[in-house]
Design a protein. Structure first.
Length: 151
């Protein structure tokens, strides 16, 4: 625990960043609270070491990708899903650049195809089958003259 706290202090001393200090403080508190859970302890230790490597912009990108890809909102209808998506708007004001995505991959927080390798809209019927009961195939959409590159 002393090592983790010392590392966090060193990292906050390198950058005058209030957001970094706040994030590291929250992670250290969670780490202290979860000292008996091996997996959580390991994940929190990794987060404490990794978060100083990321910019605020990169954190927004990683958070947005995680929320859209792995957080399944218990939406019963399209209005609830839209409300959930509106709650993610605070993460949308990132500056998109290839260098940012490469740095996220380099820091171990994502894959090089972080954004391009996955399509949120294509995942909707699988993630929310009650809202989107029909899984549309590309071939069946072609007959409606919808450009395939938009799918």
């Amino acid at each position: 625990m002393q090592y983790v706290i010392r590392k966090a202090i060193i990292e906050t001393g390198r950058r005058n960043d209030s957001e970094l200090r706040e994030n590291l403080s929250d992670l250290i508190i969670k780490r202290i609270q979860n000292s008996d859970n091996d997996l959580r302890r390991i994940v929190l230790n990794e987060a404490i070491e990794t978060i100083p490597k990321l910019t605020s912009n990169a954190l927004k990108i990683v958070t947005l990708c995680f929320v859209l890809r792995y957080v399944k909102q218990e939406s019963k209808n399209i209005k609830e899903l839209i409300k959930f998506l509106n709650d993610t708007k605070s993460f949308l004001d990132f500056h998109e650049s290839e260098a940012e995505f490469q740095h996220i991959a380099y820091s171990g927080c994502g894959q090089p195809d972080l954004v391009s390798g996955w399509n949120y809209f294509k995942s909707l019927p699988v993630t929310y089958p009650k809202i989107f009961p029909i899984l549309l195939e590309t071939e069946s959409i072609k007959k409606f003259n919808v450009p395939i590159n938009t799918l």
